[in-house]
Design a protein around this ligand. Structure first.
Ligand SMILES: Nc1ncnc2c1ncn2[C@@H]1O[C@H](COP(=O)(O)OP(=O)(O)O)[C@@H](O)[C@H]1O
Ligand SMILES: [Mg+2]
Length: 1017
C-alpha cells in the first residue's frame, strides 16, 4: 500500500493563452543578434510577468512568444477572466515598449494573442530527467489557431472562452471561422476591453435577476444591526457561505432597502485575481464615496474629492494630496510628501477612520465589502483599522466570504456572523418556477434539481441555462417546456469551474480520496473506500475527516457500517471528471472487487448491474459481460428495459473479446435475448434484423439447433408481426419441429408456449388447447422447465390459455377456476407479465355479469402493469380496460384508454401488430358512443378489413359486430350483412360467447325504433 499520494496528470478545465511578437522574423535580420536577443527577452518578460500577475502558469516559450495556462496546476474558478485580463494587460504593456522601440530605433513590433478555454490533460511530463508541467489537448491547439488568426495588436478568443468571460469583458463578435483541425466552424471574438460586470451578481443583474426567495430571517438580522447602527452603535456583520449560495444577492436586496430609506451604501468587491493588485477594494469604495467615474477627467475627479471631503471637515485639506495620489489623480501642483510605503498605508488608514468617524456625519453609512477571502493584505489591514476605529459612530460594515476564510477582526465584540444556508426545497421550487415556468411537463423536476444542486441558487440558475442551451428545455426563460429527460445533462462549465477550484484547495490525500470515492459511487462505505484507495488507513482517516470538515462528504450512516455520501452530486461529477481515464479504470476495477469481497452472495443479484458497470469501466471485459448477463436475467420480464439494456451491454462486451466457446455462446445468447424484448418494448426494424442475422450466422457456424429454434421464434413466431394467419401457423409448426429435433425439453416447452399465441389469434381454439396441453405435458410438475426462455412461467400461461378456451365455450366456472390457478402460479414464479395477461382475462370473464367488478380488476391491472415498463402488456391492459369501460358505459374514459393503448403500441413497435383489428374496433365503438359516429364507422370498416385480410379470426368477427353497430348508428347500409358475417365466422371458429353477444345485439336493434337507434353495448 502506498503511503504517499499519487502525483499524476489530471483533466482540467483551463484557459490557454498564446501570445507572440509578430513581424519578428524579418526584423531579426535588421538588428544585431545580441541587441535582438535583449529586445526579445524584454518582450518575453513583459508577457511572462503579466501571466504571473494573474496567477497563470507559463507553459513554455515558443521562440517568438509564450504559451500560458490559467486554471492549472491549481484550478481558478475565473480562469477565463484571468486570461482575458492578462491579455489586455499584455497588449498595453507590449504597445508601450513597442512605442519606445519605434521612437528609439524605428522598429515595428506588435503582439497577437489567442485564447481558448476547455478541457486539457495537465501534468508533469518526463523528459530525460527533468519534468515540466504542461497541458495537452485540442483546447491548446485551438488557442494557438486563435493566435495565428489574430490581427497584430489584437487578442482573439473562442466561444468557449466567451461563454465564461462574457459580461466581465467587452467582446466583439467576429463571426464564424473555418479553423483547420476543428470539425465545426468556430465562433471567434475579439477582446475589446473590460466589461461592466465585476461579479457574478453584476452578471445576473444584466441578465435580469431571478425572483428573490426566502431569507426572511437573515434580512431580519441585518435590519436589527442597522437599527443598532442608527443608535450610534456601529456594528459589522459577516455572511459566510460557499460560492453561489446567495451572499451577494442578500446584500443587494438589503442595500436596496437601505437606499430606499435614503441611506448611503458604498460597495466594494475583492476579486479572485486581485490579491496581487493592492488596495483594489478600498480604492473602489473611495471612488464610489466620492462619486468618481472612470470617465471623469482628472481635474473633475479632484474637485469631487476635495468638495466632499471639505464639506465634511475643512481639516481634511491636509490629506488631499495623499488621497489624490491614492486615487490615481495626483495633483501636479501639490505633490505628496515623501514617505515609505508603510507610512503611507498608515496615513491612509488613519484618513479612512477619520472619514467614517467624522462627527459631522449623522446618517448611517453602510459599507459593503464582498468576497473577503480574496482581499489583499493591505486592504484587509485597513478594514481592520476601520472596524476597530468606528466605535460610537452610526456605521454598518457588511462583509461576506467563504467558509475557508476568517477575517482579522473575528473576535471583535461589534462583529457577528451569519452562516447562510442553501435554499430549502420549497424555495428551490419557487426559484425554479420563476426561472423555468410551470408548464406541466416540468412537474417533478424540482426534486432532482434540488438534489443535484443542493439548493445552491447559482447552480440552479446555471443548470436551467445549460438545460435550455442544450435543448432539454424549450421555449423562453420563465416559460420552458421539458423536451427530454434531464438525467444525462452535463455539469455547466461555470459550475464546474467553481467546484474544481474548491476541490483543488484540498490537500493532496483528501483530493485523491475524493476522486476515488467519486468513482465508487454516490455513497461509499468506509470499507469499500479502504479497499479501493491505495492509501494507508491513517491517511484515509485524516482525509475523510478533512472531506467531512470541508463539506464534501457526510456520514450518511454509522451503523451497521460507516457510510459516506457526497453532499453534492455535482461535486462528485466534477471530481470524477478530473481524473484521467486510465486512473479511473483502475479505480473502477478495484471498486468492483471491493463490492464482491464485501457484500454477501445473497446480494449479488441486485448488485450485479452495478458490479458489471464497475467492471466494464474498469476494462475487465469478460467479467463485466458475465455480470451484465446475470443482471439482465435478474431484471427479467419485470424490468424489461433494464434487461434489454444489460443484454445489449453484455453483447457489446462479449463482442470485444477474443473468440472462444464462451464468447460464441454469449454472442448468440445475448442477441437472442435482446430479440425477446423487441416485441415487448419495441426495437427498430433494422436493429432487429441485424441482431437476427448476426445470431443466425454464429449459430449456424456452431450448428447450434437450440439457438436456431429460438431465433425462429424471435423472427417469425413472436407477437407483433404483420404476417397472415396461415404463414404464422406454418412458422410455428416448423419451429416446433426444429425444437423437437434438438430433444431439449426446455426448448420444446418454450417454443410451444410461444407458438400457441398464433393459434389463438387465428381462432383455432382446438389447436391452441392442443399445443398448450403438449407443453404442459412436457413441463409436468417442474415449473422451471422451459421457464424464462420466451415466457416467464409456461405453467401459468398454459392454464390461462385453457381458461380462455373454456370461456369461448361458455364454461365460465371452469374458466374462472383455471384463471385463478394460473394467477397463483404466475405470482409464485414472480412472472408479473403473465399475471398481467391473466388479470385482463379475469376482467373480461366477469364483465357481462358484473361490469363494476370487471372495471375494478382492469383498473388495478393497468396500474400494476404500468410498473412493468413492458409496452406489449401495458397496451394490452389498457385495451382491456377500455373494453370494461365500454361495458360499464364510461365512454369518454374508454376512448381515452384505447387511444393511449394504440399510441403506446404504435410508438414503440412502429406497426399495429396482430391486435390492430381488435384495438381498432374498440376505438370505433368508443367513438360511436361519444357521438363521433362517422369516424367510428370509418375505423370499424378498417378494423374489420385489417383483421379479415390477415386472417386474425379471433378479432375479425368482433370487428364485424362492431361494424354492424356502427353502420346502424350511422344509418348506413349493410347492417344485416355485417351481422351475418360476424355470426358466420363466430360459428365456424366456435366462438360461442361471441355468438351470444351477436344474438343479443340483433334483438335490441330489431326491437328499437328505426335504424338510427342508439345501440347498447
Ligand atoms: N434568495 C435568492 N433568491 C433568488 N435568487 C438568488 C437568491 N440568492 C442568490 N440568488 C441568485 O443566485 C446567484 C448566485 O448568488 P450570489 O449572491 O452571487 O452568490 P454568492 O455571492 O454567495 O456567491 C445569483 O444569480 C443570484 O441572483
Ligand atoms: Mg458573491
Amino acid at each position: 500500500m502506498h503511503e504517499t499520494v499519487k502525483d499524476e496528470a489530471e483533466r482540467k478545465q483551463v484557459t490557454v493563452l498564446f501570445a507572440d511578437v509578430s513581424g519578428s522574423m524579418d526584423l531579426a535580420e535588421q538588428e544585431d543578434p545580441e541587441e535582438w536577443r535583449k529586445i526579445m527577452q524584454r518582450f518575453f518578460s513583459v508577457l511572462a510577468d503579466t501571466v504571473t500577475r494573474f496567477e497563470g502558469t507559463v507553459d513554455k516559450f515558443t521562440g517568438d512568444g509564450i504559451m500560458a495556462i490559467f486554471g492549472a496546476p491549481v484550478a481558478h474558478e475565473d480562469h477565463a477572466r484571468r486570461a482575458c485580463y492578462a491579455a489586455l494587460q499584455m497588449l498595453d504593456d507590449v504597445a508601450e515598449y513597442a512605442a519606445e522601440l519605434r521612437r528609439a530605433k524605428g522598429l515595428n513590433f506588435s503582439t497577437r494573442i489567442g485564447i481558448n478555454s476547455g478541457e486539457v490533460v495537465a501534468g508533469a511530463i518526463d523528459g530525460g530527467g527533468d519534468s515540466a508541467y504542461t497541458a495537452i489537448g485540442h483546447t491548446v491547439g485551438l488557442a494557438q489557431r486563435m493566435e495565428a488568426l489574430a490581427e497584430p495588436g489584437r487578442a482573439y478568443l473562442t466561444e468557449s472562452t466567451a461563454d465564461l468571460a462574457r459580461g466581465y469583458l467587452d467582446l466583439r463578435d467576429l463571426g464564424e471561422f473555418e479553423i483547420k483541425g476543428a470539425s465545426r466552424p468556430v465562433q471567434v471574438f475579439e477582446l475589446a476591453g473590460v466589461g461592466q460586470a465585476r461579479s457574478r451578481l453584476d452578471l445576473a443583474r444584466e441578465r435580469g435577476f431571478s425572483q428573490f426567495v426566502g431569507r426572511e430571517e437573515e434580512l431580519g438580522r441585518l435590519e436589527a444591526a442597522l437599527g443598532r447602527a442608527k443608535e450610534g452603535e456601529a456594528s459589522a456583520v459577516g455572511i459566510v457561505a460557499e460560492p453561489g449560495i446567495g451572499k451577494s444577492r442578500l446584500y443587494h436586496e438589503f442595500a436596496q432597502r437601505c437606499r430606499a430609506k435614503g441611506l448611503e451604501v458604498f460597495e466594494a468587491q475583492a476579486q479572485a485575481h486581485g490579491k496581487t493588485i493592492p488596495f483594489m477594494p478600498i480604492l473602489q469604495m473611495l471612488r464610489s464615496f466620492y462619486g468618481i467615474d472612470d470617465q471623469d477627467p482628472e481635474q473633475l475627479a479632484r474637485e469631487k474629492i476635495a468638495g466632499r471631503s471639505l464639506l465634511l471637515d475643512p481639516a481634511f485639506a491636509d490629506d488631499l494630496p495623499l488621497i489624490f495620489d491614492f486615487l490615481g489623480v495626483p495633483d501636479p501642483e501639490r505633490p505628496v510628501p515623501r514617505m515609505d510605503p508603510e507610512g503611507r498605508q498608515r496615513a491612509l488608514a488613519d484618513f479612512l477612520c477619520r472619514l467614517v468617524g467624522n462627527p459631522a456625519r449623522r446618517k448611517v453609512l453602510v459599507l459593503v465589502v464582498e468576497d473577503l477571502h480574496w482581499i489583499d493584505g493591505g486592504s484587509q489591514a485597513m478594514l481592520h483599522g476601520l472596524v476597530e476605529g468606528m466605535e460610537g459612530t452610526p456605521t454598518l460594515v457588511l462583509v461576506n466570504y467563504r467558509p475557508e476564510h476568517k477575517p482579522a477582526w473575528a473576535a471583535s465584540p461589534r462583529y457577528e456572523t451569519i452562516e447562510l444556508q442553501p435554499l430549502d426545497r420549497a424555495d428551490t421550487a419557487k426559484l425554479l418556477r420563476d426561472l423555468a415556468g410551470s408548464d406541466p411537463s416540468l412537474d417533478g423536476i424540482d426534486e432532482p434539481i434540488h438534489e443535484r444542486t443542493g439548493g445552491n441558487p447559482f447552480f440552479i440558475e446555471e443548470i436551467v441555462r445549460e438545460l435550455a442551451e442544450s435543448g432539454y428545455l424549450q421555449g423562453e426563460r420563465g416559460s420552458y417546456r421539458l423536451a427530454k429527460p434531464i438525467e444525462d445533462a452535463g455539469v455547466p462549465v461555470t459550475v464546474q469551474a467553481v467546484l474544481a477550484a474548491r476541490i483543488d484547495r484540498l490537500d493532496p490525500a483528501a483530493k485523491q480520496l475524493l476522486q476515488v470515492a467519486s468513482v465508487v459511487g454516490k455513497e461509499v462505505s468506509g470499507e469499500a473506500l479502504r479497499l479501493t484507495a491505495e492509501l494507508s488507513e491513517e491517511v484515509i482517516e485524516t482525509a475523510i475527516g478533512a472531506l467531512i470538515e470541508a463539506g464534501f462528504l457526510y456520514e450518511a450512516e454509522l451503523y451497521p457500517q460507516r457510510l459516506l455520501a457526497f453532499r453534492h452530486p455535482l461535486t462528485r461529477e466534477v471530481a470524477y471528471g478530473t481524473q484521467l481515464a486510465e486512473q479511473r479504470r483502475a479505480t473502477h476495477a478495484a471498486a468492483a472487487r471491493a463490492l464482491i469481497e464485501l457484500e454477501p452472495a445473497e446480494r449479488y443479484d441486485e448488485l450485479s448491474a452495478l458490479i458489471a458497470d464497475h467492471l466494464r469501466q474498469g476494462g475487465e471485459t469478460l467479467e463485466a459481460a458475465r455480470w451484465s448477463a446475470r443482471g439482465a436475467y435478474w431484471a427479467g420480464h419485470s424490468r424489461p428495459r433494464d434487461a434489454l439494456r444489460l443484454w445489449h451491454q453484455a453483447m457489446e462486451l462479449s463482442d470485444g473479446l477474443d473468440d472462444g466457446e464462451e464468447t460464441a455462446a454469449m454472442a448468440v445468447h445475448t442477441r437472442l435475448l435482446q430479440l425477446q424484448y423487441a416485441w415487448r418494448i419495441g426495437m427498430s426494424r433494422s436493429e432487429e434484423e441485424r441482431l437476427a442475422a448476426e445470431a443466425e450466422e454464429i449459430a449456424r457456424r456452431q450448428n447450434d439447433l437450440h439457438s436456431l429454434a429460438l431465433l425462429k421464434v424471435a423472427t417469425s413466431v413472436r407477437p407483433g408481426l404483420e404476417h397472415s394467419g396461415p404463414d404464422w401457423i406454418a412458422a410455428v409448426e416448423e419451429t416446433v419441429e426444429l425444437a423437437d429435433r434438438s430433444g431439449d425439453k426446455h426448448l420444446r416447452a418454450a417454443v410451444r408456449g410461444a407458438g400457441a399465441y398464433a393459434y389463438l389469434c387465428v381462432a383455432d381454439f382446438e389447436g391452441f388447447e392442443r399445443i398448450l396441453d403438449e407443453m404442459l405435458e412436457i413441463v409436468g410438475d417442474d415449473g422451471s422447465v422451459g421457464a424464462n426462455i420466451v415466457l416467464g412461467s409456461p405453467i401459468a400461461w398454459g392454464l390461462m390459455g385453457k381458461g380462455m378456451v373454456r370461456r369461448e365455450r361458455l364454461e365460465f366456472e371452469a374458466a374462472e377456476e383455471l384463471f385463478e390457478r394460473a394467477l397463483e402460479e404466475a405470482l409464485k414464479e414472480e412472472d408479473a407479465e403473465t399475471a398481467s395477461w391473466i388479470r385482463s382475462n379475469q376482467a373480461s370473464l366477469v364483465m357481462r355479469r358484473d361490469p363494476e367488478a370487471a372495471l375494478a380488476i382492469a383498473r388495478r391491472n393497468t396500474m400494476l402493469t404500468d410498473r412493468l415498463g413492458d409496452v406489449f402488456s401495458r397496451s394490452l391492459a389498457l385495451s382491456n380496460l377500455a373494453w370494461a369501460q365500454l361495458i360499464a358505459e364510461e365512454y369518454e374514459e374508454a376512448l381515452e384508454a384505447i387511444e393511449e393503448s394504440e399510441r403506446l403500441y404504435r410508438e414503440a413497435m412502429g406497426n399495429g401488430g396482430e391486435l390492430e383489428g381488435w384495438r381498432g374496433q374498440l376505438r370505433a365503438r368508443a367513438l360511436v358512443m361519444v357521438g363521433r359516429t362517422d369516424e367510428g364507422l370509418e375505423l370499424a370498416e378498417r378494423a374489420a378489413r385489417v383483421a379479415g385480410e390477415r386472417g386474425m379470426l379471433w378479432s375479425y368477427p368482433v370487428a364485424m359486430l362492431t361494424l354492424a353497430r356502427a353502420r346502424a348508428a350511422a344509418g348506413a347500409e349493410g347492417v344485416e350483412e355485417a351481422f351475418e358475417e360476424a355470426e358466420r365466422v363466430a360459428r365456424e371458429t366456435g366462438a360461442t360467447t361471441l355468438l351470444m353477444d351477436i344474438e343479443m345485439e340483433r334483438e335490441q336493434l330489431g326491437s328499437s325504433a328505426g335504424p338510427a337507434a342508439r345501440p347498447r353495448f
